[in-house]
Design a protein around this ligand. Structure first.
Ligand code: PLP
Length: 238
């Protein structure tokens, strides 16, 4: 547990250093999300004790269990692919759903949100490198999707974009993808679509968050760098 606090401090320092290298400066300050998937509820408590206010989960079931046990006051973000039949549960669980990757899912979330009387904050997930193994909208469909969401789904509030860069040894290799995401983000922000609150550009994980911040990310999702490796199958070490 000591390590968790130390790891978080270290990452926050690196984020500060990366923020200085940004241009233009003075954008929305970076928020660090503790990705607690595959770790137990103690990970949530430890992240909160170290001052973090957002946790990221990738599965509805796991988040349900953890929310029932957690006493920390944190925001919950969904960062993993969501099946439409779990839209209702997801709307109840999550403050921000970052992984909206199809029109079909957006419609299901809209319906669920309207039923619950909630305006659901969402990000559109973009498959910026067109990887066959990843979810997300092709970059060239993102503008159109954003416009349709804003125009026709009043249960949703579009708050920005999310991406998962290709996994590479050298994070410099993915810098062009982050740049591309930033361009897309700014182009959409400029449209100032009614009913949207375009503020979050979620990109950067343990392996590449510094480069992501340099290129303008303001939501960073780190798991391994905070909690160590995940053990799959069992709900891990913590
Ligand atoms: C697991 C996960 C992360 C965290 O990955 P690490 O490499 O452990 O930091 C970030 N984003 C998404 C979407 C994830 O699924």
């Amino acid at each position: 547990m000591d390590n968790i606090e130390k790891n978080i401090r270290h990452i926050l320092q690196n984020i500060q250093i990366a923020e200085v290298k940004r241009s233009p400066k003075g954008e929305c300050p970076v928020q660090l999300i503790a990705v607690t998937k595959n770790h137990g509820v103690a990970a949530v408590e430890a992240a909160a004790a170290a001052g973090l206010t957002i946790v990221g989960e990738n599965r509805v079931q796991e988040a349900t269990e953890k929310q029932a046990q957690a006493s920390a006051n944190v925001k919950w973000h969904l960062i993993g692919h969501l099946q439409t039949n779990k839209a209702k549960q997801a709307v109840k669980l999550f403050d921000l759903i970052q992984s909206v990757d199809s029109w079909h899912l957006a419609e299901a979330l809209n319906k669920a949100a309207l039923t619950c009387g909630k305006r659901q904050d969402i990000l559109l997930q973009v498959n910026i490198a067109n990887e066959a193994t990843k979810f997300g909208l092709p970059a060239e469909e993102t503008m159109d999707m954003a416009q349709r969401v804003a125009a026709t789904l009043p249960g949703l509030r579009l708050c920005g974009l999310m991406t998962i860069a290709p996994f590479v040894e050298d994070a410099e290799m993915v810098r062009p993808y982050f740049k591309e995401m930033k361009r897309l983000f700014l182009a959409l922000k400029e449209l100032a679509l009614p009913g949207t609150d375009f503020r979050w550009l979620s990109m950067g994980m343990t392996n590449d968050y510094q480069v992501a911040v340099e290129e303008g990310a303001n939501l960073i999702r780190v798991g391994t760098g905070i909690f160590g490796p995940r053990s799959y199958g069992v709900q891990g070490g913590l």
